[in-house]
Design a protein around this ligand. Sequence first.
Ligand code: PLP
Length: 487
Amino acid sequence: MHAHLTPVGSAGTSGTPSRSTDLDDDACPARPTLTPASPRTTVVGGGSPAAPAVSSPAAAFASAGRSAFSTAPAVDASAFDTVPDRRGTASLKWDFAAERGRPEDVLPLWVADMDHATAPAVTSALLWRTRHGIFGYSEPDDAYNAALTGWFSRRYGWRVEAAWNTVTPGVVPALALAVRALTAPGEAVLIEEPVYYPFREVVEDNGRTVAAVPLVRDADGVYRRDLAALEATIEATGSRLLLLCNPHNPVGRVWSRDELAALDEVAARHGVVVVADEIHADLALPGFATTPFASLSEQTAARTITCTSPSKSFNLAGLQVANILIADERLRGAFRRELAATGYSQPNVLGLTACRAAYEGGEAWLDALREHIAAARAHVEARLERIEGIEATPCEGTYLLWLDCSGFLEAAGLEPAELDDVMLHEAGLWLDDGRIFGAGGEGFTRINVACPRATLDAALDRLEAAVTAVTARAAEAARRGRVALSA
Ligand SMILES: Cc1ncc(COP(=O)(O)O)c(C=O)c1O
């Protein structure tokens, strides 16, 4: 049995609605340390004995003078090294290898979700909300809005207004909606490749044209934007929409304020609206800080759609909540009309609960996670020194490492198209092949390091053994070839 799937306990199934907000139940280990002073059951109608009893989680917490969500349990960093058993949880990462044509026993370090339980503050709030037992239509309320605006103000010094926000089931749907709202079929949309592959998909799947501008890798392996190429592409295609990845998946750049300001200058001059995918913003590694593109200036905000979510940083992708921040009324209206046309209206209440809890009570946990990821990245880099021909691109943010395997491919006499097969069948690793990220991805692979150290070491052991074996086989074949030629 998976520990995190253990039923919450008998209180949640007591069948007594008025007990559903009982916060003193031991079966909820991570619950806020909160003992509401007032009764949890109130009576409608001024205490008339005939009136029905109602229970209100919000009232219970309000009576204690604080929010359920902001009581953050102490951070236990050792939890990041606890190996979870995710099989049998309908996990895309762990349960669907065969369906996706991969060997059953492959070690998955591909899709961007973490093998870490979310922040205890989030689990606690979800348990609390779940035990209420009623999951009707829900909307972001004042408390949610305060958590959201507080997060961006505290973490980024960016003052956002709750009115700017539209909740969507994800960032990728929001990218697609923005493309549909702001361009006509056939028009060009700018992306910078290599990039998270849905950037291309949301353009092409909606009948628009991709105008791809290559990111340039300098001598140190650091990726930079080629502004001249971007401007030339804008002029050549007439594109008025750019999908920006900030921080960048997969190349790991946390774009600096100066780099973003330079991009903004070009975008402003050409009337280009920027859709900034900032889903990885919270995951700038220690020593780096994400600058929200729209925070550069009011003018910048007026031509930006910012796509945010706690789903990467708090591992909540399955709860499907993203906050799309649009300061400009006209852009916001266009975006919301497109969303309304899909028939979607109210968001997932557990997603809202989790997001609020993360933003109210998850800050210390997130900072501990960032340290864990930085250590994982350094560990991979150190171990790669023993693995000939594979190098990690300098990484400033995200928990994804972009590995340059060109040296290995050359030594093994392999083509980039063969890399994924080697990873799958020789190393037993399910990674994301660089080619799916578009031009510039050939010879690279992306590895997700957001896992316990034991998992990471198992993956690196497999990688080292496979690279050594494949390279040795190639060397042996070459030697035999030379002997045969000279015989
Ligand atoms: C840059 C980027 N945007 C969006 C997503 C996915 O967003 P969502 O699951 O909210 O659609 C990912 C997931 O890896 C990502 O890396």
